[in-house]
Design a protein around this ligand. Structure first.
Ligand code: NDP
Length: 315
């Protein structure tokens, strides 16, 4: 039978390119978890995806109720859940003031981490009951959260500190809106959320890989300088960033290439190892990459897991 992969944020950029790459193989049905149904449907059509190769299900990660409803709706489709890809993200580098999810969390961490944390926890049992030979839960990471890299050292650097802001609810009322308890900084909040994504993947691996057989993985697909992720950046940045990445850092990848990379992590029979953060070298060959000290800190991962559980109502 065909595999079924859920991809969040499949209405643009990496998520759409991955959905297209998987659909084109004829071996996958993609459930596109998107907040804007019309945009997703237009995007899938414009990408030339066969209408039988995907189903769009509404998902707004900025609302925990929407995440729970999404899980119910997916179950009603009566399709197996073989792979889940947590891909959607917001990036607000120029925001002067924080914005908040429906549940009152700072938006970047609320969407990128907490929404996905609840989604992944809920869908774990669905993955477990699938009879697919290689079940996978993938959380898209990034180099920017990894302070062991050049890109990860561009200020403001990711730093979760002792997680006091997160423990306080990240709402700016009784607590800070930043995980480490500091002042709001949109670029840092994004990087922090990516560290959370990578820590969460490893904690899932430690807690559930042996018992469930599910492969947990993260990846850095390369710098896809053309996606909507940079939509809130200043115009000069948006103009110069793609050529800078292409010719200076040489870290640039096209959306199509990045989509093929993530599609490999979804389906390639050789990428079944769990607990791994995948990257690609200049020849587009995958390799297991090292995470920064903070992004591989097991004690922090455990603490993050326990606080996140409380915030999303699982504990
Ligand atoms: P895009 O902005 O193109 O895609 C982000 C997707 O997330 C969009 O489909 C967007 O939906 C969706 N999304 C945003 N907020 C929500 C929400 N509240 N609920 C549901 N969906 C939401 O960016 P990319 O494709 O670049 O980013 C995809 C992933 O790749 C992210 O995890 C990012 O961190 C990661 N990444 C990107 C890199 C890059 O260079 N671009 C590098 C490294 C990692 P909508 O279409 O409605 O706006």
């Amino acid at each position: 039978r065909k595999g079924t992969a859920i991809i969040t944020g499949a209405s643009s950029g990496l998520g759409l390119a991955t959905a297209k790459a998987l659909a084109e193989t004829g071996k996958w049905h993609v459930i596109m978890g998107c907040r804007d149904f019309l945009k997703a449907s237009r995007a899938a059509k414009a990408a030339g995806m066969d209408k039988d190769s995907y189903t769009i299900v509404h998902l707004d990660l900025a609302s925990l109720d929407s995440v729970r409803q999404f899980v119910k709706n997916v179950r009603q489709l009566e399709m197996p859940v073989d792979v889940v890809v947590c891909n959607a993200a917001v990036y607000q580098p120029t925001a002067k003031e924080p914005s908040f999810t429906a549940d009152g969390f700072e938006m970047s961490v609320g969407v990128n981490h907490l929404g996905h944390f609840l989604l992944a926890r809920e869908l774990l049992s669905d993955l477990q009951s699938s009879d697919y030979p290689s079940k996978r839960l993938i959380i898209v990471g990034s180099i920017t959260g990894n302070t062991n890299t050049l890109a990860g050292n561009v200020p403001p650097k990711a730093n979760l500190g002792d997680l006091r802001g997160l423990a306080g609810g990240l709402n700016g009322v009784g607590s800070s809106v930043m995980i480490d308890g500091g002042e709001f900084d949109g670029a840092k909040a994004y990087k922090d959320s990516k560290v959370c994504n990578m820590l969460t993947m490893q904690e899932f691996h430690r807690r559930y890989h042996e018992d469930t057989g599910v492969t947990f993985a993260s990846l850095y697909p390369g710098c896809i300088a053309t996606t909507g992720l940079f939509r809130e950046h200043i115009p000069l940045f948006r103009l110069l960033f793609p050529p800078f990445q292409k010719y200076i850092t040489k870290g640039y990848v096209s959306e199509e290439e990045a989509g093929k990379r993530l599609a490999q992590v979804v389906s390639d029979p050789s990428l079944t190892k769990s607990g791994v953060y995948w990257s690609w070298n200049k020849n587009s060959a995958s390799f297991e990459n090292q995470l920064s000290e903070e992004a591989s800190d097991a004690d922090k991962a455990k603490k993050l897991w326990e606080i996140s559980e409380k915030l999303v109502g699982l504990a």
